[in-house]
Design a protein around this ligand. Sequence first.
Ligand code: UDX
Ligand code: ADP
Length: 459
Amino acid sequence: MPLSLRKIACIGAGYVGGPTMAVIADRCPDIDVTVLDLNAERIAAWNSEDLPVYEPGLAEVVSRARGRNLRFVGQAEGAAYVAAADAVFISVNTPTKTEGEGAGKASDLRYVESCARFIAAHATGHTIVIEKSTMPVRAADCVKSILATARPGVTFDILSNPEFLAEGTAIRDLEQPDRVLIGGERPESIAALAEIYRRWVPAERILSTGLWSAELSKLVANAFLAQRVSSINSISALCEVTGADVEEVAAVVGADSRIGPKFLRASVGFGGSCFQKDLLSLIYISESYGLTEVAAYWQQVVDLNQWQKRRFADLIAAPIADGAGSLRGRRIAILGFAFKKDTNDVRETPAMDVCRRLLARGATLAVHDYRVTPESVRSELGAQGVEVAATPEAALAGADGVAVLTEWSAYATLDWARLAGMLKAGAVIHDGRNILDAGAVRRAGLILRSIGRGAQPNA
Ligand code: UDX
Ligand code: ADP
């Protein structure tokens, strides 16, 4: 008889676990969904009107399902739901290790291992354990060995079901995914999970593979996406010195159907919790199998990204630094701190590296973002030399230089004719996302430098 998943639990109520379970609960009113997390504050926020994750459309999905077939509970209360669950998702963070073997590269599996121990301790009967978090290839071996410590008679099957949602578009990505990937060893377990997604995802978009292919595919998908960004960013530097326009080059290159137009936007650098972490994990795995050239190939994607962030900070500093290179007494308006628009997430945001580099040279920064809280900015940058501005205007007042670091749509429509007088004379505007209306900025008498675009006539 095919398995049927009627009760599911998810350990980890973060950017992935929360939205994913909310969409499953919304689409499958007959399935009971429990999300648990060690972090009581986060759980309280999921149970409030002020959700811990900002995602367009998320609040509506949560409000439809919460209290019906979706609940958010703390760890202690969650044990009983794990015991009753037919399937338990592991959706916790797998950050880059900071100490021990593989420090700086390998993914830290300690949170995953602790989930596996929790499941082993509380599960009853037969439970499907589903890796939702991004794992290094063969991580399921480690999960399996921990689950093997469960009481006799308690059995498990493991699936890898990595999430491909991108922040800012999480709900759309979950509701209309390009593909759902389920890797596993037993077809009946794969079919049971596929049955959930089939409620709203066409069958041809549900891909099933072996366990190791699924784990590796997620790392490789992120590595390829990051590689495209580093590729176009490398070209942005070449455009700036040759007078070519990276947007034009990207449009031409992307018009080739073999290449495609997406993910070719030059920027100050990629950020987010996944790209760098997953690249480093891929590099570490390659190194550990002795594949030095493979590791070096992907390392270059990371290195180029670091270089792009440094390069952009130095471009901002160049026109306003004193003879010794110091930015002391210079005020720089930072427009945008999130790693991309439509999210409040600052993990690995390129803004952090750019700001730190400017602060290290003595600059004072006035940081504005539409969603990132002042506490988040200060926890990344400290308070010294950092002012958090409530509006773009407040950040721009008296600025010697301006840097657009996040592509918030509202920055594209700033009224530069009105704002120009607020800036110090000669202030240069550096557009790290190519979203400003170049004509409007220049008509306001301001100097604009855009990433990947050679100097323009009035510059
Ligand atoms: C990514 C993957 O897209 C997603 O499939 C995976 O599940 C998690 O990692 P995310 O990190 O949320 O998602 O955002 P994404 O849209 O991929 O952007 C990552 C970074 O690349 C951002 O800093 C973004 O600004 C930057 N980027 C993206 C560019 O600089 N140029 C582009 O053309 C695209
Ligand atoms: P992601 O972007 O992968 O969702 P987040 O950091 O946003 O990552 O969320 C991961 C969540 O997992 C956090 O809320 C964290 O408290 C939770 N978590 C980590 N380890 C455990 C654990 N052993 N049990 C329960 N929750 C955990």
